[in-house]
Design a protein around this ligand. Structure first.
Ligand code: SF4
Length: 181
């Protein structure tokens, strides 16, 4: 397992790329922001699971994931997620996808989770579109102007505008656009 360095806050800059099949130019952040409830046991990388990490001074055994035991996400991406057994009941990523097929499996696992505890922190526009540009699963959303917009607050909760989008998607109605920063 690899500690992901929760709380890291490197310098913010922007880069323009042309990786998005829908929008000609996508503006991405150069830093990788880390969800404050990202489980320490996730392997480093864009796909991750959330949960309660051990507090300072606590044993590393004092942690609990938000997604547990039903085997659903594991059925979608068995090779990427920790094995569930008598010693582990928590869903978390032990490997990041390396191929298109594995990325698709990771996306299916993320979408399987019914409490939004598996997420994508990256800025690959194709993956964000695959996940529906949905704040329930993506830390970054793509605004109409092509800019990647981070949708979480410092506690890992959805920003109010992102919560509106998530609720609208859940009800199958038109969503307001992602605001630009
Ligand atoms: S997918 Fe839902 S029901 Fe299954 S373990 Fe995760 S949170 Fe629980």
């Amino acid at each position: 397992m690899q500690c992901t360095g929760v709380g890291e806050q490197p310098v913010l800059t922007w880069t323009i790329t042309r990786a998005n099949p829908v929008i000609a130019s996508v503006i991405v952040e150069s830093r990788m922001r880390l969800h404050p409830r990202r489980l320490f046991c996730n392997v480093a990388g864009d796909f991750y699971a959330t949960g309660e990490n051990p507090k300072p001074g606590e044993s590393r055994s004092c942690w609990m994931g938000d997604c547990l035991t039903c085997h659903g996400p594991e059925s979608q991406a068995q090779e990427l997620l920790a094995e569930l057994n008598s010693e582990n009941t928590t869903t978390y990523f032990v490997r990041q996808p390396e191929t298109e097929i594995e990325t698709e499996r990771a996306c299916r696992a993320v979408q399987y989770c019914c409490v939004d505890a598996l997420r994508y922190a990256g800025q690959n526009a194709a993956i964000i579109h695959r996940l529906g540009n949905n704040p329930a699963q993506c830390d970054y959303l793509i605004a109409n102007d092509g800019r990647m917009v981070y949708c979480l607050d410092e506690k890992g909760e959805l920003q109010p505008w992102a919560a509106e989008i998530r609720a609208a998607i859940g009800m199958g109605i038109d969503i307001r656009s992602v605001p630009t920063e």
